[in-house]
Design a protein around this ligand. Structure first.
Ligand SMILES: NC(=O)c1ccc[n+]([C@@H]2O[C@H](COP(=O)([O-])OP(=O)(O)OC[C@H]3O[C@@H](n4cnc5c(N)ncnc54)[C@H](OP(=O)(O)O)[C@@H]3O)[C@@H](O)[C@H]2O)c1
Length: 238
């Protein structure tokens, strides 16, 4: 059994991955306490309420996980938030003040800092144990320019740049790093951000299980093989 940490585990893709990996020893992180506890009870997994945008909470949580798990084989980063709107749109409907500085900071702190913080937290233990694996659920926004969501685009591109900058260093320590870059996925991601998409748009998305199955494939790759970047889209999403 592998010790696997999943962030954003109470929602969409993270929850699907946790369900798929239920035979493993799971350490689930989310800031949605009720959703997290419900899932952890169902899967008999360990639960840690933590906001990945908060440095102190990340430090404390990973210290607890190390104490409980002793080793970490895989870290899967799913926690993320959405916002859209050109900077020139001051009152984008239906989500007003979408580009307030506070909202922008929260998004960058979650989508970019959160990834850096969790990776920085697991690297010393993976180094010490002689290797490990990190999988980030990034986005198409990490690989292309999307003018309708510049802040989200910056957050995911920043996270992708971080991965590209560390992948060789981690590789020398036998730590694999994969960024999965999905297009639209049918989760509550947009509803959670008060920006529900029309049904005909959501119908063109991937199922969360499409992404979760890909994660399972990456986790089960032979020890000497890695996939640094993977893009996945529904054919209807072109
Ligand atoms: N859905 C898409 O179309 C899509 C496409 C490409 C990439 N992605 C990426 O896929 C990942 C998973 O998204 P999803 O679609 O599964 O979204 P989701 O259904 O909203 O799930 C995300 C989970 O992360 C949690 N979370 C958010 N911010 C957090 C924080 N600061 N600390 C801890 N937990 C936090 C959320 O809690 P709450 O529910 O309480 O907010 C939720 O449980 C994200 O990184 C997203 O950027 C999504």
């Amino acid at each position: 059994m592998k010790n696997i940490v999943i962030t954003g585990a109470a929602g969409g893709v993270g929850k699907e991955i946790a369900n798929l990996l239920k035979g493993e020893n799971l350490f689930l992180i989310d800031y949605n306490q009720d959703g997290l506890n419900l899932l952890a009870n169902k899967l008999k997994a360990n639960a840690y309420v933590c906001d990945v945008s908060n440095p102190i909470q990340v430090e404390t949580t990973f210290k607890k996980i190390f104490d409980d798990a002793k080793t970490i084989d895989v870290l899967i980063n799913c926690a993320g938030v959405w916002t859209k709107g050109e900077l020139t749109k001051q009152e984008y409907e239906p989500f007003k003040n979408i580009n307030t500085l506070e909202r922008i900071k929260q998004l960058i702190d979650t989508n970019t800092f959160g990834i850096i913080a969790t990776i920085k937290s697991v690297v010393p233990i993976m180094q010490k144990q002689g290797g490990g694996q990190i999988i980030n659920i990034n986005s198409q926004s990490g690989v292309v320019v999307e003018e309708f969501c510049p802040v989200y685009n910056a957050s995911k591109s920043g996270s992708m740049a971080f991965s590209r900058a560390i992948i060789n260093d981690l590789g020398k320590h036998n730590i694999k790093l994969t960024d999965i870059c999905p297009g639209l996925i049918k989760t509550n991601f947009y509803v959670n951000a008060k920006d529900p998409l029309p049904k005909e748009v959501m119908d063109c998305g991937l199922e969360p299980s499409d992404v979760a199955n890909l994660v399972l494939y990456v986790v089960n790759l032979p020890k000497e093989i890695t996939l640094p970047t993977i893009e996945i889209k529904n054919m209807k999403n072109f």
